[in-house]
Structure formats: structure tokens, C-alpha cells
Write a protein that binds this ligand. Structure first.
Ligand code: NAD
Length: 259
């Protein structure tokens, strides 16, 4: 018996087999859950996502394009989920975007309005947008998880506007939890340690961050994708039935120390 046996949920954010979303899917599948996937529209994105999912042992995945910057695209994806599945038990929001030109040291103060609003929209508001569309499908309660980073709490050089968006994402987690609790829907976020992915390589000085965390974190290592995958599966399962509105650090303890 797996902790997620018989449950069905949506995973948004598998770009390839290094994505946090991919590791989360891996852990959920190991716990017995069934994953539906969405990817950023485009032939190349679909091909990469499909290839990564095949690597999870799923040959014929439920897979739809969904651009979270577009309401119609979100509606279409959730309408299809509702049509194809009687209910949704959980969802994973593992999506972020900010213009990489502004994710460099010394590039906070002059951040253009449009760069700021896009980062906030894609990286924070969309947790609300997905939650709102998932709520009517979670007829038997549910659980949600999004991905954040330490740069939401402290100013991390190079993380810049994304740190501001992650602070909004973490606040969004608490406000969604407050409202969705009456439907027995739990809302949490994982603050993951740094790991090399397509998105993180856009952050200026990222290799130095990895080296620093490895030296200073209590566990003296960087996290693995599995660390985050297993924590997400826990938060989405009944094992975490009393946990909502929380930001769980999965960072080898780095955020617990004063360096
Ligand atoms: P990733 O590049 O593998 O995943 C980011 C995903 O966001 C991609 O699948 C991309 O297609 C998707 N995306 C971007 N804009 C989109 C849009 N408009 N519509 C739909 N999808 C869109 O990188 P990742 O590191 O796995 O990132 C996943 C999450 O984890 C992000 O929220 C990121 O901020 C967070 N995170 C990453 C790290 C790290 O060090 N890699 C650390 C903590 C948190």
C-alpha cells in the first residue's frame, strides 16, 4: 500500500528530467499516485516533457499544454481534467519565470515595471489561478504544493525580483490555506535548496550559491531532487493531514543557520 494509492493529481512544471516537478512525480508514482501533466506550449517543450515522463515509466501520459500567463489556456487544461477525471486529489505548481537579464547582481533597483509584474504573475499569482480552477474538481478535499526558495526570506544576490515574487508566493500559500480549508483542501509550499535546472541557471552567480550551501548547510551537502520529491509526496498525502498554510524548508538545514 502506497501513501497516495488511488489518488489523481496534476503536475505542472516538468521541463525535463532535472525539473523539481519530475522528481516530485517520481516520488508520487512510487507512493501509488497517478499523475496528469501540463507543459509550456510548443513542440519542443512537449517533446522534452514527454521524453522526461517516459523516463518515469509512463508511456502514454495524460499531457496537455498550459501557459499559465494565459487564462484561456488554463481554463482549457482544467476543463479537460474535469472532463477526463471524476475528481482531482492534489496539484503541484512548480513554475516560475523572470527575465534573466534582471537576475544578476546589481540589478534590483532599476527593475522595469513589466519585468516585475511578469515575474509576480507567472511565479506567484498563478498559484491562486490554478487553485481557483482546481477547487471545484477537489470534491473530496485535496492538497496543493508549490515551490519557493530562501530568496523569499533573505536578500540573495542575483535572485532579485524572483525573491520578491517568491515572498508573494509564500504569502499566497497562507491566504489560500485560510480560504480553502473549509473544503478540506490543504495548501503548502516547499522552500527548496538550490539545484541545477533550466530555470536556476538563469540566476546570476548560481554556482557560487551551490558551493556556499554545500559548505555551510548543517548536512554539508546540497539537496537532491529526491529530497524535494519525497517531501512533496508527504505534503500531498494523508500523512500530512493536519498540515496547511506552511512553507517547509527542504534545504539540508541551510535556512536554520545564521550564515
Ligand atoms: P525548471 O526550469 O525545470 O521548471 C520551471 C518550469 O516552469 C518549466 O517547466 C517551465 O516550462 C515552467 N514555466 C515557466 N513559465 C511558464 C508558463 N508561462 N506557463 C507554464 N509553465 C511555465 O526549473 P525548476 O528549478 O525545477 O523550477 C521549478 C520551481 O522550483 C520553480 O518555482 C522554481 O522557482 C523553484 N525552485 C527552484 C530551485 C532551484 O534551485 N532549481 C530552488 C528553489 C525553488
Amino acid at each position: 500500500m502506497g501513501a497516495m494509492d488511488g489518488t489523481v493529481g496534476l503536475i505542472a512544471g516538468v521541463a525535463n528530467d532535472r525539473s523539481f516537478a519530475w522528481f516530485i512525480a517520481k516520488s508520487i508514482i512510487a507512493a501509488g499516485g497517478t499523475c496528469l501533466f501540463t507543459h509550456l506550449p510548443g513542440e519542443k517543450m512537449e517533446r522534452r516533457c514527454r521524453k522526461a515522463i517516459t523516463g518515469l515509466g509512463i508511456d502514454d501520459p495524460w499531457l496537455m499544454p498550459m501557459d499559465v500567463s494565459d487564462d484561456a489556456s488554463m481554463d482549457e487544461a482544467f476543463d479537460r481534467i474535469g472532463a477526463d477525471h471524476p475528481k482531482l486529489d492534489w496539484l503541484v505548481h512548480s513554475i516560475a519565470f523572470a527575465d534573466k537579464d534582471w537576475l544578476q547582481e546589481g540589478k534590483v533597483t532599476a527593475t522595469p515595471r513589466e519585468v516585475f509584474t511578469t515575474a509576480m504573475d507567472i511565479s506567484a499569482w498563478t498559484y491562486m489561478g490554478m487553485a481557483n480552477r482546481a477547487r471545484p474538481l477537489m470534491t473530496d478535499g485535496g492538497a496543493m504544493v508549490a515551490m519557493s526558495y530562501y530568496g523569499a526570506e533573505k536578500a540573495v544576490p542575483g535572485y532579485n525580483v524572483m525573491g520578491v515574487a517568491k515572498a508573494a508566493l509564500e504569502a499566497t500559500t497562507r491566504y489560500l490555506a485560510m480560504e480553502l480549508g473549509e473544503d478540506n483542501i490543504r495548501v503548502n509550499t516547499i522552500s527548496g535548496g538550490p539545484i541545477r535546472t533550466m530555470s536556476s541557471m538563469a540566476v546570476g552567480g548560481f554556482s557560487a550559491i551551490l558551493d556556499w550551501v554545500e559548505q555551510k548547510a548543517p548536512l554539508k551537502r546540497n539537496i537532491t531532487g529526491e529530497d524535494v520529491g519525497d517531501a512533496a509526496a508527504f505534503l500531498l498525502s494523508d500523512a500530512a493531514s493536519g498540515v496547511t498554510g506552511q512553507v517547509l524548508h527542504v534545504d539540508c538545514g541551510y535556512s536554520a543557520i545564521g550564515l
